[in-house]
Write a protein that binds this ligand. Sequence first.
Ligand code: PAF
Length: 283
Amino acid sequence: MSPSPLITRTVPALRRAVDNLRKRKATVALVPTMGALHDGHVSLVRLAKRRGSRVVVSIFVNPTQFAPSEDFGAYPRTWTADIAKLAAEGVDIVWHPGVEAMYPEGFATRIVPEGPALAGLEDRFRPHFFGGVATVVGKLFTQCRPDVAIFGEKDFQQLRVVTQLARDLDLGVKVIGSRTVRERDGLAMSSRNVYLSPEERQTATVLYRAMKDSAGRIRAGEAIRPAMARGAETIAAAGFALDYFEVRNAKTLAPVTSRNDGPLRILVAARLGTTRLIDNVAV
Ligand code: PAF
């Protein structure tokens, strides 16, 4: 059995633990999470182990990236199971600050990201989101000072935002994206999938199928507009309320009109009942 990771709850304790690793010449890989860990997170940890000699996983449900109307209170919290999974993967340190350690009394500084954070995708529907993410990720990077940090491609716009953040603020962290892990039927793994009723869980697979279908049509030479319209119709017909179903340049997230504007990425966000799902695929 692997030993349990060292659990740190204050910035000085985290710094001491990371400094000890560094004294032993470790390269440190950070995996930022909000807990409720599933196999997608496990794959991030495994990639972290390949990219660093020591792995830190942060578990912090970040209140500043949730709007008051969103699910901060209900967000799944599965601490005991999370630690068991991280121990099994041989994670070295878990960084688990309370809200008061992350945002102490009098906290008054926020990061306001632009560029990919204003691409007109998630930011159109969750205008508070990337400010909260950039602020907490900026703090996680300066608290832990990792060499590399691993983020899932499922949150594709977030991956672009934190990559830009690390570069613009000279944080000295290399941000690495990790491929989306899917259930056997194609649904992208997400901590929020537990909100789906059994019926909704079946319907949810339509998202991936619609993206794959539109991507295949574009690759086969169909014009972008009809190929995407067809995917959007399929998703709406399955009972989703669609926020967006768009094809963008995968590097800049800029809108595209032809296959030559690539590399292309299809991104989707849609609500099924009270659950909002996001996903994306390469074209
Ligand atoms: O993707 C997530 O789980 C969160 O947005 C992150 C990056 C841990 C910041 O709270």
